[in-house]
Design a protein. Structure first.
Length: 119
């Protein structure tokens, strides 16, 4: 049996660990709008999350059951599954700042040069 101290230590370690993000992007076929949405979210994730994310792309035409399950009414729709709280963005994903704020993404780590300039 684990002691309460062990549980507290595990919780503190988990809360200090960098978050791993899990996203699901719903698109409709291989359209230009779908391609743009995929490109924009990948660029934002690479810039902000440095590869510490998973992105699942779901075509509502190929997997309508998943779209029903997640209650998708319009595409593109991006869902942040992890870390909590879950977030859902619907529509154009080209405004990077709106996506970052809407998904509550943590700021990218600053380089040493930026920290010195800001500090």
């Amino acid at each position: 049996m684990t002691s309460p101290t062990d549980s507290i230590d595990e919780f503190e370690r988990a809360s200090q660990a960098p978050a791993h993000y899990v996203f699901r992007l719903y698109v409709a076929g291989a359209t230009r709008q779908s391609s743009r949405a995929i490109k924009h979210i990948r660029a934002i994730c690479e810039e902000r999350l440095k590869g510490d994310y998973e992105l699942e792309v779901v075509d509502v035409y190929q997997q309508p059951g998943m779209a029903r399950q997640d209650q998708i009414l319009a595409v593109p729709t991006l869902i942040k599954k992890m870390p909590p709280p879950a977030r859902k963005l619907i529509g154009d994903l080209s405004d990077a700042q709106s996506v970052i704020v809407g998904l509550d993404l943590q700021p990218a780590a600053m380089s040493d040069g930026q920290e010195a300039a800001n500090g």
